[in-house]
Design a binder for this molecule. Structure first.
Ligand code: UDP
Length: 363
């Protein structure tokens, strides 16, 4: 029996592993356990995904009481050390680019456990993004790389990784979309919000580079004002963004806008239904660039770069700076039906988790 420990800690992590337990059942020689680091711990950002996606609870759950990034990393590492000592995994699987990914990678390295990185090789080449450091450091000590798009493979090869350890498997986030498609279609959120299909735009915004400064928030407010002059914008707001708006005394500016439907972070099924039925998405999220590409829904990403270039080259994503004129120019194209043509990247077919476990079973 080979023991695999998968580490998750945040909303996007959970959404990327939903098919792991189903698929591992096909491999009796693999034993899979999960540890939740507690990085995202509340109802909206974690629990809701386990309940509505019918996911079994993780076998190990750490609790974090430290608030700075450094103390959080240290506490996750200490917690994981205990889990590793008890379960004795042969393989540690980490996902994405969050602090839990980095902490777990370091623990695997220090405790001589084979490290597998799912969604490896993505690079924004933007060292102001905390996630970019997490990606680069994690990949520097990873043994087996699972990549979602061709750029990931090329980046790893350029960094000197051996191509025999790099596996192009597609995107496990898309596996989740495919697996829950029926439930997504049945979600009632449009009725709840009183919205008609195709009548609204969907917004998310939470990257530190966009929301941590007053200047960034003022630009965001301007873009929202412009977008809402003639249409509804639905904005499930990330806890980080609410906190920053409060800190700079700007929350009321956003709340008073009648065409803006401000809401708590949405559950997965509701959020996916909102993507499916909207006119376009405006975001700075990583994962949402991929989900909109799969759905072929126009996505305006308010960032200077992306670590997911296939969503721009092949998919429905477009990078824009926080420039309201530029944003409105693209919105006008979308409304006229003149937006760019797009397609779905290779292997984004709902079977990526199967490819991952097939590879792991052959170790
Ligand atoms: N998401 C969600 N509810 C929301 C906003 C996002 O379920 O209100 C989902 C989204 O569809 C995607 C994931 O959360 O699957 C992306 O998370 P986030 O944008 O926080 O992280 P990133 O991908 O930027 O790391």
């Amino acid at each position: 029996m080979k023991r695999l420990l998968t580490v998750i800690g945040t909303r996007p992590n959970i959404i990327k592993i939903t098919q792991f337990r189903r698929v591992v059942k096909n491999y009796p020689a693999l034993d899979l356990k999960f540890v939740h680091t507690g990085q995202h711990y509340n109802q909206n950002m974690s629990d809701v995904f386990f309940s509505e996606l019918d996911l079994q609870s993780p076998e190990y759950i750490l609790s974090l009481d430290k608030t700075t990034v450094v103390s959080q990393l240290a506490q996750i590492m200490e917690g994981l050390e205990k889990v590793v000592t008890e379960y004795k995994p042969d393989v540690m699987i980490v996902v994405g680019d969050v602090n839990s990914t980095l902490a777990a990678a370091l623990v695997a390295n220090k405790m001589n456990i084979h490290l597998v990185h799912v969604e490896s090789g993505l690079r924004s080449f933007d060292k102001t993004m905390p996630e970019e450091h997490n990606r680069v450091i994690t990949d520097s000590i990873t043994n087996t790389f699972f990549v979602t798009e061709e750029s990931g493979k090329q980046n790893l090869i350029k960094e000197g990784k051996d191509s025999k350890n790099i596996h192009m498997v597609g995107n496990t986030m898309i596996d989740t979309l495919v697996a829950y498609d029926k439930k997504i279609n049945e979600a009632e959120i449009l009725k709840t919000l009183g919205l008609k299909s195709g009548s609204y735009a969907l917004m998310t915004m939470h990257r530190p580079g966009n929301v941590d400064s007053k200047e960034g928030l003022l630009k965001l407010i301007e873009v929202i004002r412009e977008l809402t002059t003639d249409q509804t914008v639905v904005f499930p707001i990330h806890p980080r963004t609410v906190n920053r708006l409060k800190e700079f005394n700007l929350l009321q500016e956003v709340e008073k806008n009648k065409n803006l439907k401000l809401m708590e972070p949405a559950g997965y099924l509701d959020f996916q239904k909102l993507i499916l039925e909207c006119q376009f998405v405006i975001t700075d999220s990583g994962g949402i660039q991929e989900e909109t590409t799969f759905r072929q829904i126009p996505c305006l990403t308010l960032r200077p770069n992306t670590e997911r270039p296939c969503t721009v080259d092949i998919g429905s994503n477009l990078l824009l700076n926080f420039n309201k004129a530029k944003v409105m120019e693209e919105v006008a194209k979308i409304k006229k039906g003149n937006y760019k043509k797009c397609a779905i990247p290779p292997l984004w077919d709902g079977k990526s988790t199967e490819r991952i476990f097939e590879t792991l079973s052959k170790f």
